[in-house]
Design a binder for this molecule. Structure first.
Ligand SMILES: [Fe+2]
Length: 466
């Protein structure tokens, strides 16, 4: 009898281990659609197409959408990566769903579709740099999602630390650990430096399915916001993978923001997200003081930076990660700070930025140097941000400390209809102190030269903002 029970238990575990896991949602390519992605570690047991069955009651998953599967071979470990898209979802409805292939379907999950149009309350949870080990915020995030406290997650790079560690087992563990959250609300991601797996971000490319043609830069409209995510890693790894992606992304971003800017009547807000910051004041990083910050902000060699294009099209708010802390900036453009008036974020002169990289990972707490003159608030508490899109004129951004169990910072971005950010010469901006220019000239292919230049920059990194 004992033997039979053991065999039965083993059989149940085996089926579960071979079936769909790491189930997660992302926004589809059209309004009213949702993509579901999942993984199996063994090949599917039937020849049926991958599918998601879904419906408005758990007992009647009467709709079906067929998807596709890709084999993903990383160092000889093969994973089976699936995706299927549910389309024409009724707005603002609870849906139940199950994924798999015929005869090997998952348990039932659920999510709520978004309301239609541009005029609804939207709550977005934003964080970067969340690890499987010491992911301090994760239980709080799962709890908050369980209580329905937000509708979507933006993970702005550095995922699991790392998706590819132990040939990808770390990624599997992380994605299963966070599944109860990301099977309930869309999990929108952008790559950080930790997503480079030595195979040109292959784990990141295979594990996620963002809207559009690539996971590295994409945009979507939701409520009264045009969201746009871009890769800073095209800059960070250009010496490894070339500069072409920087130009492709730049041209796409130009077109995307031009269209979004022309559509301000319908969606007045433009919110960006990317991994590496333009500005920061942590003392553990020379990136923000001299080089790496400029690499992304203003570009390098022939590569154009990103800040100019945000200024040109009047980005309202940008989220950054990479630094393992929280730092909010006054509106700032091209190293000029605009903090005049009772609320500098009301009809602002320049984009506002927030570093939200304190979700928690294996590293010790972040520390700060002297504040950047553009710094408004800094905190090393573990936590995450909540962006609440109230309507076409009001955005609220809060930073939640999971250590204190409350919001520790809050701003309101307010904008009159038709407001345009003014060029800096028309406003009373405060210029940031200059820092020494980076002068080393290395061929993009000369890794040794770049390494030596990096060491010289490190030595100069004692230069701080006053
Ligand atoms: Fe990073």
């Amino acid at each position: 009898m004992i033997l039979r029970v053991c065999i039965l238990a083993f059989a149940v575990l085996t089926v579960a281990a071979d079936g769909p896991e790491q189930v997660h949602l992302s926004l589809g390519s059209t309004e009213g659609s949702m993509v579901v992605s999942w993984v199996t570690l063994k090949p599917p047991t039937s020849n049926g197409l991958p599918q998601v069955t879904y419906g408005r009651t758990a007992a009647a998953l009467i709709q079906v959408a067929y998807g596709k599967m890709d084999d993903f071979n990383y160092n000889g470990v093969i994973r089976y990566m699936y995706q299927a898209e549910m389309v024409n979802l009724l707005p603002n409805e609870t849906y139940y769903y199950s994924v798999g292939v015929m005869g090997q379907m998952s348990k039932t999950y659920q999510f709520k579709s978004f309301p239609k149009g541009n005029d609804f309350l939207l709550r977005v949870c934003v964080f970067g740099d969340l690890g499987y080990i010491n992911g301090t915020s994760l239980p709080y995030l799962i709890d908050a999602a369980e209580k329905g406290q937000f509708d979507m997650v933006l993970h702005i790079g550095d995922i699991a630390y790392d998706l590819h560690t132990d040939n990808g087992q770390r990624g599997d563990l992380y994605m299963n650990q966070i599944e109860s959250l990301i099977s309930k609300v869309p999990y929108m991601v952008i790559a950080g430096n930790h997503e480079d797996d030595g195979r040109n971000f292959s784990h990141y490319n295979y594990r996620f399915n963002m809207p559009g043609d690539t996971n590295h830069f994409y945009s979507f409209d939701l409520a009264s916001v045009h969201f746009v995510g871009v890769s800073t890693e095209f800059y960070g790894y250009f010496y490894e993978y070339g500069q072409d992606s920087v130009f492709t992304q730049y041209n796409w971003l130009h077109d995307d923001l031009a269209k979004a800017n022309a559509n301000r009547k319908e969606r007045p807000w433009i919110v960006g997200f990317q991994h590496r910051p333009f500005y920061c004041s942590n003392d553990n990083s020379e990136e923000c003081a001299v080089f790496e910050n400029r690499l992304v902000r203003t570009g390098y060699e022939e590569m154009p930076g990103l800040e100019g294009i945000y200024i040109e099209y009047g980005l309202d708010l940008g989220f950054w990660g990479h630094e393992h802390s929280y730092e909010r900036f006054w509106p700032v453009s091209n190293r000029t700070v605009f903090k005049d008036g009772a609320n500098p974020y009301a009809n602002a002169h320049a984009p506002a930025y927030v570093i939200s990289g304190s979700a928690g990972c294996h590293t010790p707490k972040a520390s700060f140097g002297p504040p950047n003159p553009a710094s408004a608030v800094r905190s090393d508490d573990f936590g995450y941000s909540i962006l609440t899109v109230h309507n076409t004129t009001h955005l609220q951004m809060q930073q939640i400390s999971v250590e204190q169990g409350k919001a520790i910072d809050e701003i309101w971005l307010v904008k009159d209809h038709g407001h345009k950010q003014k060029p800096k010469e028309q406003s009373n901006g405060i210029a940031l102190p200059e820092v020494p220019a980076y002068t080393a000239k290395c061929s993009r292919w000369d890794k040794r030269c770049r390494y030596e230049a990096s060491k010289r920059r490190m030595a100069r990194s004692i230069v701080r903002f006053a």
